[in-house]
Design a protein around this ligand. Structure first.
Ligand code: SF4
Length: 469
């Protein structure tokens, strides 16, 4: 069958868009492959949130050009935020591309895949030139593995209207555009029927969601999703402190399908910098929101995003960020040195030298890691139920999985075949050791559903034997 390779950089919105492209491709008669060298169509889904992401995307475009040179019939497509921002530049500097699709052009990309499909033979001679591309492998995330269907990212909203002064999103994805809840629920039902165990509702500011027709809010949407028959587990990304309401906190406490984790970006611990960032909350207000959250969810993981060396950040501002991190003891934090984005207000302000930014990042990471290790250490000696991701990147004889609070666990695979894992993808892992990146241990049992009884790992039912013949 003709195949498509989709490489994704960036955030959960891009993951969801890549899933949409994969679904449209499958409906048009493509198989999704994990190897660019085998693909008739190569899609690069790009990100522009940091300069590094842009550089990597242009590097990957140049790399895939070699594939096109080896086989002129291959179609190369770039989509995502960088495609939206640099459409004209790409068309001029990379005329070998077969399509540049912005963030609102995905339907058109799906139509193009359908139109191209009859022109591809089902078989493909892997020429030597094509095979030379294979060892270079992928750099982003690739939508193709036996377990990809277990997680579904469902867009509830596009764009953002908040215009944080460092952020490119409102310029490349537009203002808030909320999806009708009927469409969201329909997409989730389809994902569940394909075997999805974890549904992630995604949006740039997901908790600002308002149903376009009725005005129902994000707490109402969570309740509607939680009522769907067959839902296993539910989570969402990314929230804004401004839109975290008492009603939403109560929803967290009352919906048993929610994964026990909450990602609430604070970005920094200084009011002066929050104002310059146009974040629309103070540190005190962030603390109040967290207190509200903790009243309902004392044991949930709290994670965040942090930016250091934002223009104007003084040593005292940075010290306030360190102090806030010590106080909050985040279970995980995504930390970045500020990266100027063309066209945003902060890019025009006086910048902090990289040497200072890098030093602050190292100091912040050391502080945050303290809380992260402590969070992981709470799991030592316990059995954690985790959803399988696939073979560990470092050791294919081991499996990687994610716990309900989104901690990576790695354990020897033993004789668990793909068929058994798809049947019972929840792994009960006894945690023997902890690290900054996650935990390691032994798989003691597996289960079909998050709330289902465990089947001991030594037990190998007949269905596995049939499937592995
Ligand atoms: S809330 Fe701010 S950082 Fe988040 S997407 Fe909107 S503008 Fe960007």
């Amino acid at each position: 069958m003709a195949s498509i390779y989709i490489e994704t950089f960036g955030c959960q919105m891009n993951e969801a868009d890549s899933q949409y492209i994969a679904d449209r491709a499958a409906a048009a008669g493509y198989a999704v492959t994990a190897h660019a060298a085998e693909a008739r169509v190569v899609v690069l889904n790009t990100c522009t949130v940091r300069e590094n992401a842009e550089r990597r995307a242009y590097g990957r475009m140049a790399h895939f050009r070699a594939l096109k040179a080896a086989d002129p019939d291959v179609k190369l497509v770039v989509c995502g935020c960088l495609a939206e921002q640099d459409r004209e530049r790409m068309q001029q500097t990379a005329p070998y591309l077969d399509g540049v699709f912005g963030t609102s052009d995905l339907t058109r990309l799906g139509d193009a895949l359908e139109a191209w499909r009859p022109g591809f033979r089902d078989d493909l001679d892997l020429t030597e030139e094509r095979l030379l591309v294979r060892p270079l492998g992928g750099q982003g995330d690739c939508v193709a593995d036996a377990f990809a269907h277990l997680r579904a990212y469902v867009n509830v909203q596009r764009g953002c209207s908040y215009y944080c002064t460092y952020c490119i999103v409102p310029y490349v994805r537009g203002r808030f555009d909320n999806r009708p809840s009927a469409d969201i629920l329909g997409e989730i039902e389809r994902a569940l029927s394909r075997g999805a165990r974890e549904i992630t509702l995604v949006g740039q500011t997901v908790n600002a969601y308002k149903e376009p027709a009725t005005g129902a809010d994000f707490a109402d949407l969570l309740a509607a999703v939680a009522a769907l028959p067959g839902l296993d587990r539910l989570t969402f990304l990314t929230s804004h402190p401004k839109d975290f309401t008492p009603k939403l906190a109560r929803a967290f406490g009352s919906l048993p399908h929610l994964q026990p984790r909450f990602h609430l970006p604070v970005q920094c611990g200084s009011d002066a910098i929050l104002r310059r960032m146009n974040r629309k909350y103070s540190v005190a207000q962030y603390r109040e929101k967290i207190a509200l959250f903790r009243e309902q969810c004392a044991e949930w993981a709290l994670t965040t995003d942090l930016i250091v060396a934002f223009p104007g950040e003084t040593d005292d501002d940075f010290g306030a960020t360190l102090a806030l991190c010590e106080e909050m003891a985040f279970a995980q934090a995504f930390m970045f040195v500020y990266s100027p984005r063309r066209g945003t207000p902060a890019a025009r302000w006086e910048q902090i030298p990289p040497v200072v930014g890098n030093a602050r990042l190292r100091e912040l990471a050391a502080t945050v890691d303290h809380g992260v290790r402590a969070w992981h250490e709470r799991k030592r000696g316990r059995v954690a139920r985790a959803l399988v991701q696939g073979p560990s990147r470092k050791d294919p004889l081991k499996l990687a999985a994610k716990t309900a609070d989104n901690v990576t666990v790695v354990a020897p695979r033993g004789d668990l075949g793909d068929a058994a894992l798809i049947e019972r993808p929840w792994l009960d892992v006894r945690i023997d050791d902890t690290h900054t990146w996650g935990c390691t241990g032994e798989i003691v049992a597996t289960a079909a559903r998050f709330d289902a009884p465990a089947v001991p790992a030594q037990y190998r039912p007949t269905i596995d034997l049939i499937a592995s013949r």
